[in-house]
Design a protein around this ligand. Structure first.
Ligand code: CDP
Length: 208
């Protein structure tokens, strides 16, 4: 059985999930969306009326159950903000670290997040850093959430600002900040559709 580990990192809404899922399917590997772990911790805190800014998410992270990851209310703006806040808490990150390592240790896998190549799997066989301009990412996120519904200039501007605020929070935190890992290959995706990004990534994996 192959134990290839592929780390896919990058800023918010860059298309990491789309790429990682497609890569995993093409290579017959399991896929782990680590952002979902932070989102689920944030949701569990909010359900208990705990404020992620002032209160610890450690217990929520330790007690996270598989069904908590299946909730339909994890990809909403409230959770975008709360997840990036709990993600700044070192004890939350520590509580989630082993889970992430265990997931891919036996079988390998494609793992997407912010610190996969730097912290979770620094020895990953392939490290990709997927990015695009904030405008492109805002348009992609809108499309992911609302299909081809029209987006006004004001709403687009607001989405861009939210994405930039989250990037800033993710990149400036003290523990496991978002950054390109040593050895990570940069995939600039402004001018590439999902299929083209997948083909590039597959050729990087084949030529590793
Ligand atoms: O899908 P999107 O790029 O919008 O976000 P996500 O991957 O679901 O991650 C949500 C939040 O979790 C991020 O803004 C990060 O603050 C945090 N996160 C993290 O700190 N480390 C990871 N490995 C994955 C996500």
């Amino acid at each position: 059985m192959t134990r290839l580990i592929i780390a896919v990192d990058g800023p918010a809404a860059a298309g990491k999930g789309t790429l990682a899922k497609a890569l995993a399917a093409s290579l017959n590997l399991p896929y782990l969306d680590t952002g979902l772990l932070y989102r689920a911790v944030a949701r569990q805190m909010l359900l208990k009326n705990l404020d992620p800014v002032t209160e610890s998410g450690e217990e929520a992270a330790r007690n996270l159950q598989p069904q908590d990851l299946l909730r339909q209310d994890l990809r909403v703006p409230e959770i975008d903000r709360a997840a990036s806040t709990v993600a700044t808490q070192p004890l939350v990150r520590t509580a989630l670290l082993q889970r992430q390592r265990d997931f891919a240790a036996a079988t390998g896998g494609v793992v997407d997040g912010r610190d996969i190549g730097t912290v979770v799997f620094p020895q990953a066989d392939v490290k990709l850093f997927v990015t695009a301009s904030a405008r492109t990412r805002a348009l992609r996120r809108h499309c992911q959430l609302h299909g081809d519904a029209t987006l006004s200039d004001v709403a687009l501007q607001r989405l861009i600002e939210e994405i930039e605020a989250r990037d800033q929070k993710d990149a400036s935190r003290a523990v496991s900040p978002l950054r390109r890992a040593e050895g990570a290959i940069l995939l600039e995706t402004d001018d590439l559709d999902a299929g083209a990004v997948l083909q590039k990534a597959l050729s990087i994996v084949r030529n590793r």
